[in-house]
Design a protein around this ligand. Structure first.
Ligand SMILES: C[S@@+](CC[C@H](N)C(=O)[O-])C[C@H]1O[C@@H](n2cnc3c(N)ncnc32)[C@H](O)[C@@H]1O
Length: 247
């Protein structure tokens, strides 16, 4: 059992360490909201295409900006699902009873993620949509453009309806360019989702990237814990968080 003083020293820290190691170092029943966006290991239907670097998979050829890449995005379907089970299992242990999990994903990995979320012990509640808006999506001749990504919502046990928050199921948000991170998510959406944590609650993003979700949590006056392995993105998130004064 971690003493309260030790537990408070774990708060408001952005680790440059493997997410799984960071989660393993946290005590049981600490986090109110896991809000995260892991490497999808997506971008293709076969192992060979998935093993390409993120810049080749997630950035269209006519984009002029060069983004810093990131690792750990080359797993095949089975190993990605097993890896998700590992970090989600730790997240489940660290989550308080009634905690929320909101995890970004694309259409290809949605079935694997919802399997892993439930396998780790969470109750899958629904899927919300991030609509990137027309013009910010890859067109697909003869079919649908890939205009959306998804947020899998799950809870540890019963839903805490008493927080009095009711969120929309679709968020239409156009990301300003250039982005801070190759796979950045929108700040307004993040501001809405962190409302799922109670006032002053603990929000954890183990795959922080440029720190969008942690920045929204800090802005809202929540406590936060993050991890990001890539030095450039860790530094970007660190500076972004330092510039925010909690309200
Ligand atoms: C999809 S991006 C997150 C982007 C973020 N939502 C934003 O708005 O900037 C996933 C991030 O996880 C990081 N990452 C990948 N594997 C990791 C691991 N095992 N531990 C910690 N961070 C990891 C990558 O470097 C990458 O920046």
């Amino acid at each position: 059992m971690t003493a309260p003083a030790q537990a408070s020293s774990l708060l408001n820290q952005l680790h440059r360490e493997n997410a799984l190691d960071v989660l393993r170092g946290l005590p049981d029943q600490m986090v109110d909201l896991f809000f995260t966006d892991p490497p999808y290991s997506s971008g293709g239907l076969h192992a060979g295409t998935r093993q390409q670097p993120p810049g080749a998979k997630y950035i269209s050829g006519d984009t002029k900006t060069t983004y810093v890449g990131f690792g750990h995005d080359n797993k095949d379907q089975r190993s990605w699902t097993m890896w998700c089970m590992a970090w989600l299992g730790e997240a489940y242990r660290v989550a308080k009873d009634g905690a929320n999990l909101v995890c970004f994903i694309d259409w290809r990995q949605l079935p694997s993620l919802t399997d892993a979320v439930q396998g780790a012990g969470f109750v899958w509640r629904s899927v919300a949509v991030w609509d990137k808006t027309p013009g910010r999506a890859r067109p697909r001749m003869g079919g649908f453009s890939q205009q959306a990504e998804f947020m899998v919502w799950a809870t540890k046990g019963a839903v805490k309806a008493d927080i009095g928050v009711c969120l929309p199921g679709v968020f239409a948000e156009r990301l300003p360019l250039p982005k801070r991170h190759m796979t950045e998510k929108p700040m307004e959406l993040a501001r809405a989702v962190v409302r799922l944590a109670p006032a002053g609650g603990v929000v954890c993003d183990p795959f922080a990237g440029s720190g969008t979700f942690l920045a929204a949590a800090k802005e809202a006056g929540h406590q936060w814990i993050g991890a990001e392995l890539e030095p450039e993105y860790h530094e970007a998130a660190f500076q972004r968080l330092a510039a925010i004064t909690a309200q």
